[in-house]
Design a protein around this ligand. Structure first.
Ligand code: NAI
Length: 348
């Protein structure tokens, strides 16, 4: 029996994500929680004829919502408006993540997967890790920041460029044509194209446009929605893809299921110490980018729903442009990480 709990299920991401999870065949029980009462959303979804059951909760019943969950996904919190950076959301959302993680730690089993969507992901995953550390229940292999939207955008935008160049031979959805590492905001987002011939094919101007669009794609959506919200539907899709990957590894037992999913290694923002290949990746990063960070978005493999290893090859074949992008990412990333860590250390 697999139970998935959505915290923030009433929101712009929470509702379409709950719909996508309701139609996922690997979920048996879907639990929907928000400060706004989720009974209505739950009733609506419960009429869909997939096998999972749904339950809605309100702000007084968080414990019941969490009880027995295998995966808890968190899109709870404030979203960006035009002119705001993800960093502007920090204070409000850090408190929300810390409180929710305390409840998860006290209610769920130590094997629960905690997936963070709320922004700024760069700071809030450290908030989650430090909160679980304080509780004495830290399992880094089960805590991830969802950065899948970056790779979804990267593949879409690269495909657009290749079509304009009349090049249909390369399908960006094929394994490893493009990956995205680093963090999940602005210049901390670093696209990597392993086949450097593709960078040559794009040419310098297109390549720069592509990188900029991947790094600042979220702003396009906020502007087009006239500041009424940020990416919600594409984010719900991205989160659902990521959760499907984890569910597949839970239901198939080991490794990844390459026949059923297109990503061999799907990236997420994780705490490197304690993960297989984490020390190796940190060493590589220090060599290439001259800075040491404990958190980084990196392609992952899963086993039984937990991170089993990081892609050890992702930073080994970088172009000069990619090395420069990586170097530019490191300082803001380090600042974001410290901000999240200090928040938990300085609050009771
Ligand atoms: P929204 O404002 O539409 O929904 C947020 C929901 O969270 C609301 O229903 C609200 O009642 C609920 N909420 C607030 N505090 C809560 C608490 N303590 N417990 C439970 N629920 C609580 O916002 P939207 O558009 O759904 O975005 C949610 C978050 O996701 C934002 O922080 C946004 O920046 C982030 N985001 C992340 C992306 C990513 O790639 N990781 C992409 C797009 C947005």
């Amino acid at each position: 029996m697999v139970k998935v709990c959505v915290l923030g299920a009433f929101g712009g991401i929470g509702q379409p994500l709950s719909l996508l999870l309701k139609i996922n065949p690997h979920i048996d029980e879907l639990s929907l929680y928000d400060l706004n009462d989720c009974h209505g959303i739950s009733k609506d979804l419960s009429h869909i004829n997939t096998k999972s059951t749904t339950s809605g909760f309100d702000k007084n019943t968080l414990k019941d919502a969490l009880q027995g969950s295998n995966i808890v996904v968190i899109p709870a919190g404030m979203a960006r408006k035009e002119g705001m950076t993800r960093d502007d959301l920090f204070k409000v959302n850090a408190n929300i993540i810390k409180t929710l993680c305390l409840h998860i730690g006290q209610t769920c089993s130590e094997n629960v997967k905690v997936l963070i969507i709320s922004n700024p992901v760069n700071c809030l995953v450290p908030v989650a890790i430090e909160t679980f550390r304080k509780l004495g229940k830290l399992h880094p292999e089960n805590i991830m920041g969802i950065t899948t939207l970056d790779i979804v955008r990267a593949e879409t935008f690269l495909r657009e460029h290749l079509r304009e160049l009349n090049n249909d031979d390369i399908d960006p959805l094929d394994h490893d044509v493009i990956s995205v590492v680093g963090g999940h905001s602005g210049t901390t987002i670093v696209p990597i194209i392993p086949d450097k011939n593709i960078i040559k094919l794009l040419g310098s101007s297109r390549y720069k446009q592509l990188v900029h669009r991947i790094q600042f794609g979220g702003d396009e959506v906020i502007k087009a929605k006239k500041s009424s919200g940020s990416a919600t539907l594409s984010m719900a899709y991205a989160a659902s893809e990521f959760i499907s990957t984890i569910l597949l590894s839970m239901t198939h037992g080991t490794g990844i299921c390459s026949k059923e999913q297109k990503y061999r290694y799907l990236p997420a923002y994780v705490y490197l110490p304690g993960l297989k290949n984490g020390a190796q990746l940190k060493r590589h990063l220090k060599q290439v980018a001259h800075l040491d960070v404990n958190y980084f978005a990196v392609p992952l493999k899963f086993k039984n729903g937990s991170i089993s290893e990081l892609d050890p090859t992702i930073l080994t074949k970088l172009s000069q442009e990619e090395i420069e992008l990586l170097r530019a990412a490191m300082e803001p990333l380090q600042i974001n990480i410290k901000k999240g860590e200090k928040f938990v250390q300085n609050t009771a």
